[in-house]
Design a protein around this ligand. Structure first.
Ligand SMILES: *Cc1c(COP(=O)(O)O)cnc(C)c1O
Length: 401
């Protein structure tokens, strides 16, 4: 979690600005706030880094993806193609806006593939919730072709890919709408926070209103503002925005360190036969928050994980058994264990989530072990880590199943 590695005076200064005025609310109260607008400044910083025309900060990344879906026009009864490998928030967001997740295959990019999306399309498909996983990005040329050929709405959950890009365009800006998360585990953190992006002014206005009970945010009298749509409360506080602002300013520096460190680990590990890496669709655009190591097969990956646990190697994720990132463990979804009835249940779910046939996804995630890249590592630390990982992988590969 590189953002938190660099928490320091810059964050404290931004928070103190807010504490000085006591204006914790992001809107109105112009006199009392004394020119301090942290949410606005955070949004400007995100526009600068991503090139987005519009950015709107909200309470968290899960809210941002729900807003992105709704503002793009996805709602009750719409089928939305989703990846079976994602943080569960993307799937929850689709359900929460009343839509119906339909799962499709990913590939070695760790994201939905164009082929997977195409195979999952039905006459009821309204859109795609594309998730850019593990700091990298989907193969956008082939995905945009399917999206355009079938006239689908593309919404991008770039929750864990802030600052990543594909051929010069930031992920999150290929579709109608996109979102980033600034939770504690991301490249920059607000503590809790998220941000919605789009290049479309009308969509931005909808998202802005939707995230604050419909307020159109025109004028200085909050109680008398117009309310073009019904909404909800997904606001970010000025305190969270202050932290996010300081952190976002550090992202170019963090990304550079991440890339250098990822390359060093990868260079050492690639000398071991049998170790390969997930495909980065545009290496120049990698945010490099994870080193995504692929073992030859699932059994070898499991043994490598066992060896690493025995050797005390930490800081990695074996998503295949993770409760929140991989569909194999989503029993609550498979059994629709909901707190109260969701629209998807009322409309009927076209896929049997308990018996999905996604062999490519199973193979890719089964072979994948992801290491969190730390931006503060020293060369010696990285060399020692890479050697330990290689030793564990070699031991795992020596065993014949
Ligand atoms: C972290 C994350 C989210 C959720 O963000 P929160 O800020 O924790 O709500 C959504 N999607 C993906 C892919 C994420 O990694």
């Amino acid at each position: 979690m590189p953002g938190t590695e660099l928490f320091g005076n810059e964050e404290r200064k931004e928070i103190n600005d807010v504490l000085e005025t006591g204006m914790l609310f992001r809107y109105n109260n112009e006199q009392q706030r004394n020119g301090i607008w942290k949410a606005r400044d955070f949004e400007a910083e995100v526009r600068k880094i991503t090139g987005a025309k519009y950015a709107h900060a909200v309470s968290n990344g899960s809210a941002a993806i729900a807003i992105a879906l709704a503002a793009a026009g996805i709602g009750a009864g719409d089928e939305v193609i989703c990846p079976p490998f994602t943080f569960i928030a993307s799937v929850e967001a689709v359900l929460w806006v009343g839509a119906i997740p339909v799962f499709a295959e990913i590939d070695e990019t760790l994201c939905l593939s164009a082929e997977g999306i195409e195979k999952a399309i039905t006459p009821k498909t309204k859109g795609v919730c594309l998730v850019h996983m593990c700091g990298g990005m989907a193969d956008m040329d082939s995905i945009m072709k399917v999206v355009n050929d079938y006239n689908l709405i593309l919404v991008e959950d770039a929750g864990q890919a802030f600052s990543a890009s594909y051929k010069g365009t930031s992920v999150g800006l290929f579709g109608a709408t996109g979102s980033y998360s600034f939770d504690f585990f991301k490249i920059a953190t607000a503590g809790e926070g998220g941000i919605f992006v789009t290049n479309d002014e009308e969509i931005y206005k909808l998202a802005d209103a939707y995230s604050d009970h419909g307020h159109n945010h025109v004028g200085n009298n909050r109680g008398m503002e117009q309310h073009p749509v019904l909404g909800f409360n997904y606001r970010i506080s000025e305190l969270h925005a202050a932290v996010a602002l300081a952190q976002t300013r550090k992202v170019p520096q963090i990304r550079e360190a991440n890339r250098r460190n990822k390359k060093m680990l990868q260079d050492i590990l690639s000398q071991t036969e049998g170790i390969s890496f997930a495909h980065v669709a545009d290496p120049d655009g990698d945010s490099a928050t994870f080193l995504n190591m692929m073992l030859p097969d699932i059994e070898t990956a499991k043994r490598t994980v066992d060896e690493m646990n025995k050797a005390g190697v930490g800081g990695f994720n074996y998503w295949y058994t993770n409760m929140y990132h991989f569909i194999n463990q989503w029993d609550h979804l498979k059994n629709m264990q909901t707190v109260s009835k969701l629209p998807a249940e009322a409309f009927g779910i076209p896929q049997d989530y308990k018996n999905l046939h996604l062999p490519k996804t199973q193979e890719v995630i089964g072979r994948l072990v992801s290491f969190v890249i730390r931006c503060t590592w020293t060369e010696d630390e990285m060399k020692a880590l890479a050697e330990k990982i290689a030793t564990c992988a070699k031991a795992a590969m020596l065993v014949t199943a």
